[in-house]
Design a protein around this ligand. Structure first.
Ligand SMILES: Cc1ncc(COP(=O)(O)O)c(C=O)c1O
Length: 498
């Protein structure tokens, strides 16, 4: 034994607890603590594995494993033929942590002062809770934008998934294309051509992780800091925030009976780089943009080298009147980027949506997607392709259209019975929610908070507006709730508002 080595270490106690932590780990932690506190001083000898295992009433293997871990981390040294000793230079010393002050400083370094990019600072300033999933409890009426999950054919989805997994194709399990699974792009293109009169070829389709990602990619690819973006007001906060977070100057433009007020926009700011609209069913007011406004907007974009984002988030659910053609289908100049989602037609957690981009932008969007998260999960894309191609998608939409129409009718009838003078709830020919209008002067935020206290989820219209609105309103989602739930929630809402 080298003469600077000390003899046997003091008696070691390890309080072994049945706490789910492996025994060897408990022995390791205690020895390490003893070493760092100096109770086991540098160069002192540790008991043999046999004697420590007897002392602690654990197996010898437990102690061997603990010693091996300490050895690997440099806390102890094994001198062959002589025993095991606490290392003369501890790893913490190698890390130059010599005293308490340094330890404190090290603690502080573990949470370094955050220096964010300008874009990071901007992102940090946004509240994103409205986009977050709630796994803690069930959604209650009138949570908006949710499909009737109980009516989704999960048995079919499960069967299609199992079939894809069983007939494993190597190409589906490696990396896929950033633009999306080829057959799905073809299915989406043909669906959009017939159902929405979108003018597109499959290569213009980019499969994305929901409409939100499409908006985010658009901001990344087309928006520079200080660019002007025209947004409808009120509007979907997720869209406004995406462009604001990209550093754009947002100009809020009111929506009247014909939709986005282009004249107002042009007076408020001479021009814009991009305008984001929901022409088929304005979110949240439900207005349909008139043909003359659509044509004027396309003409403006063409003349000014600007982009139009058409967010067609819920157009599958039209209950009356002719299905409306998309704005994209009217555009001959390649200025419209069309955005759609399966969040409303399938279910939100699927995180699959699509965008139709002009041909000259296909490559740059594919690059942006490749650099962000490569591509959407291939198996889900393949299952969705089968779901569409085998007719389940069209059947499900047809069934949901009639279910949602019924649910809307129940809501309107219940409101006519119980909410007279408290909340005016006009019917709508489309969509997944209605706007209930409060009496003049009533504050919708207060109404929404009072409703929340009674377990009723209804968002105030003003939360979607950057300007004071002429009248307060509540957003009432109805698609995810049964007739009984809707009637019950209306009765409770009447008590809240009375
Ligand atoms: C108007 C509008 N646009 C976009 C989205 C985002 O949809 P996704 O779930 O596909 O990201 C939503 C979601 O509710 C929405 O209401």
């Amino acid at each position: 034994m080298p003469n600077d080595r000390k003899t046997a270490a003091p008696f070691i106690t390890v309080p072994i607890e049945a706490n789910g932590v492996p025994l060897y780990r408990q022995v390791y932690e205690t020895l390490r603590r003893h070493i760092l506190s100096g109770e086991l001083s540098a160069k002192s000898q540790l008991p043999s594995t046999r004697s420590l295992s007897r002392q602690l009433s654990v197996s010898r293997m437990t102690v061997v494993n603990a010693y091996e871990q300490l050895l690997a981390e440099g806390y102890i040294e094994g001198i062959s033929g002589s025993g095991t000793y606490v290392a003369s230079v501890l790893p913490e010393e190698l890390l130059e942590i010599k005293d308490k002050k340094q330890q404190r400083e090290r603690g502080a370094a573990a949470t370094p002062q955050t220096t964010l990019s300008k874009r990071g600072e901007l992102l940090a300033s946004f509240n994103h809770s409205y986009l977050c999933a709630r796994t803690d409890k069930n959604f209650s009426a009138f949570h908006y934008g949710l499909p009737a999950m109980e009516a989704f054919p999960f048995d079919v989805w499960a069967r299609l998934t199992a079939r894809r997994l069983q007939r494993m194709s190597v190409s589906l399990f490696g990396s896929g294309s950033p633009s999306g699974y080829e057959p799905l792009r073809r299915s989406i293109a043909s669906y959009l051509q017939t159902a929405r009169a979108v003018k597109c070829e499959p290569q213009q389709i980019i499969v994305v992780a929901g409409a939100q990602q499409a908006l985010s990619l658009i901001a990344q690819v087309l928006i520079d800091e200080k660019d002007v973006v025209w947004m409808e007001n009120p509007c979907y906060i997720g869209s406004r925030n995406v462009f604001a977070a990209a550093g754009a100057k947002i100009v809020s433009v009111p929506v009247d009976a014909e939709g986005f007020d282009l004249l107002f926009a042009r007076t408020a700011s001479k021009n814009a780089r991009l305008v984001c609209v929901t022409p088929s069913h304005q979110f949240p007011l439900g207005t349909v943009m008139s043909l003359s406004r659509r044509l004027a907007l396309i003409e403006w974009a063409k003349r000014n080298d600007a982009w139009i984002v058409e967010d067609d988030y819920d157009s599958e659910f039209r209950y009356a009147g002719r299905p409306l053609a998309s704005l994209q289908g009217l555009d001959a100049g390649g200025r419209v980027i069309y955005v759609g989602t399966f969040s409303k037609t399938i279910f939100p957690a699927l995180r699959l949506g699509f965008m139709v981009v002009p041909e000259n932008l296909v490559e740059v969007f594919a690059a942006a997607r490749a650099l962000s998260d490569s591509h959407s999960p291939s198996i889900d894309q393949a299952v969705l392709t089968d779901f569409i191609e085998e007719g389940h998608f069209a059947r499900h939409i047809r069934r949901m259209r009639s279910l949602y129409a019924e649910r809307q009718a129940v809501l309107v009838a219940a409101a006519k019975k119980d909410l007279v003078g408290l909340l005016d709830v006009p019917a709508d020919e489309a969509g997944m929610h209605l706007v209930g209008w409060l009496p003049d002067g009533a504050c919708d935020k207060t109404a929404s908070e009072n409703a929340a206290e009674q377990g009723i989820e209804t968002k105030p219209l003003s939360a979607y507006s950057s300007e004071p609105l002429p009248r307060g309103g509540l957003i009432l989602g109805y698609t995810a709730f049964s007739a009984g739930q809707i009637k019950n929630a209306v009765r409770r809402l009447a008590k809240v508002l009375a």
